[in-house]
Design a protein around this ligand. Structure first.
Ligand SMILES: O=C([O-])[C@@H](O)[C@@H](O)[C@H](O)[C@@H](O)C(=O)[O-]
Ligand SMILES: [Mg+2]
Length: 429
């Protein structure tokens, strides 16, 4: 067995995305992803996936070159190599990721988001070469299936007229009845039993009404609301007070560790985050101040599957819950999430997944949810297979784009429908 990396292929693609609303604006009709393939001297190929915006591609290219000749098993070495890749300062100074939706933007976090795609590809190749599933390389699964929640979004029926887009069959959801209808479809199609609503879109009273409607339609089911930091401390407390009896947790009601700590101190409703704790450096202050009770890990920006396990261990040590965040990803990342989630003993909440919103994929066979769960693959590597024709088609779309869609910009997409739209200042309410 020769595990020397002889080739790395990077394929940026654009995948269809429905008009999902959030506090920044609306999703563009196509969203960028990067597919990573790592090939070894004995012909084994591993695949990974990460963000595909320009700032990630800029780092992924020099990083890929440095991997040739290294061992696919040298996972720790990936971080050493990443440190050698220069990050353009303009990409990080005082920046937040995707308008703030994914928290602070640091050079390290940018590097880790790139490393994660390669780490997954290396684990996939290593697993295939050894005949072991990725979860075995991570120490072994402690469950056979991983539970996901329905990720509900306010959405329009379609992208604005005249905009090139793929059609979706979810319909509109702009009020409580629409949200409940969407939730019903999620349960019918995938069997999810817990629900997260992306909020921060409408005034809080309307979102409270939507969560109440969900609670009535699905009594006893775990519910979450995530306005992406759009509310003040006082508004967060009001929402927590009004929905405290039905919420499993409130996710990033307000922006920043200090404000989250204030809310946490004045409500019994647990707070979750994928905005104020998105790097190891942010943990100490947040945990010391008891600002968050659940951290939603995202293996992309935490730096891969093994870093996710480390984060889970830290959370366990401090009695903080752990679950997973997800953003417009394809099946490779869902498989990767499922493998790592299967190894985390203290996973007490269903993970988020955007996968049902992504009608397109680069796999020969889509992953399926059964009773809201994805079965942990036991085949070697990730247990999924790349569809090269499909990959080529989605790459062609990326090549044909004039550059407008190569970087996610929810505010720009909103301005197509509402030319006067400016990104709301925070707190919005
Ligand atoms: O895709 C979106 O619009 C979400 O708002 C996403 O950007 C968030 O990062 C994320 O899913 C979240 O849970 O906050
Ligand atoms: Mg969130």
């Amino acid at each position: 067995m020769n595990l020397t990396i002889t080739d790395v292929r990077l394929t940026p693609i654009l995948v269809a995305d429905p008009p999902l609303l959030n506090t920044q604006g609306v999703h563009q009709p196509y969203t960028p992803r990067l597919i990573v393939e790592v090939e070894t001297a004995d012909g084994t190929t591993g695949i990974g996936e990460t963000y595909g915006d320009t700032k990630y591609l800029e780092l992924a290219r020099p990083f890929a070159e440095k991997l040739i000749g290294r061992q696919v098993s040298d996972l720790n070495g990936l971080f050493v190599v990443a440190d050698e890749v220069v990050v353009d300062r303009s990409r990080v100074s005082g920046q937040v990721d995707v308008g703030g939706l994914r928290g602070v933007q640091t050079a390290d976090k940018l590097r880790l988001s790139v490393v994660s795609g390669f780490e997954v590809a290396c684990l996939d190749a290593l697993g295939k070469a050894l005949g072991l599933p990725v979860h075995a390389l991570l120490g072994g699964k402690v469950r056979d299936a991983v539970e996901y929640s329905a990720y509900l979004f306010y959405k329009w029926a379609g992208h604005p007229a005249g905009v090139r887009a793929e059609k979706d069959d979810w319909g509109a959801a702009v009020d409580p009845a629409g949200v409940v209808e969407q939730a019903r479809r999620f349960t019918e199609r995938y069997g999810f039993t817990s629900f997260k609503l992306k909020g921060g879109v409408f005034p809080p009273d309307e979102e409270i009404a939507a969560v109440r409607a969900l609670a009535e339609a699905f009594p006893g089911h775990p519910l979450r609301l995530d306005p992406n930091g759009a509310w003040s401390v006082e508004t967060s407390l009001k929402v927590a007070h009004e929905l405290g009896d039905v919420l499993e947790y409130l996710e990033d009601p307000t922006l920043g560790t200090a404000a989250m700590a204030e809310v946490a101190a004045r409500t019994g409703v647990p707070l979750a985050t994928n905005m104020c704790v998105t790097t190891f450096a942010e943990i100490k202050e947040a945990f010391t101040r008891d600002a968050v009770q659940v951290v939603l890990s995202d293996h992309h920006y935490w730096g891969g599957l093994r870093n996710t396990q480390q984060l889970a261990a830290i959370c366990r040590t401090f009695g903080v819950g752990v679950s997973m965040h997800s953003n417009t990803h394809l099946g490779i990342s869902l498989a990767a999430m499922t493998h790592v989630a299967s190894t985390v003993p203290n996973l007490h909440h269903a993970c988020d997944s955007h996968y049902p919103w992504q009608s397109e994929d680069v796999l020969t066979e889509r992953l399926t949810f059964d009773g809201g769960r994805v079965a942990v693959p036991d085949a070697p590597g990730l247990g999924v297979e790349l569809d090269r024709d499909r990959l080529a088609e989605l790459h062609r779309r990326w090549l044909d784009d004039d550059g407008c869609l190569r970087d996610r910009d929810d505010a720009a997409a909103m301005r197509v429908a509402d030319p006067g739209w400016v990104t709301p200042s925070v707190p919005r309410w």
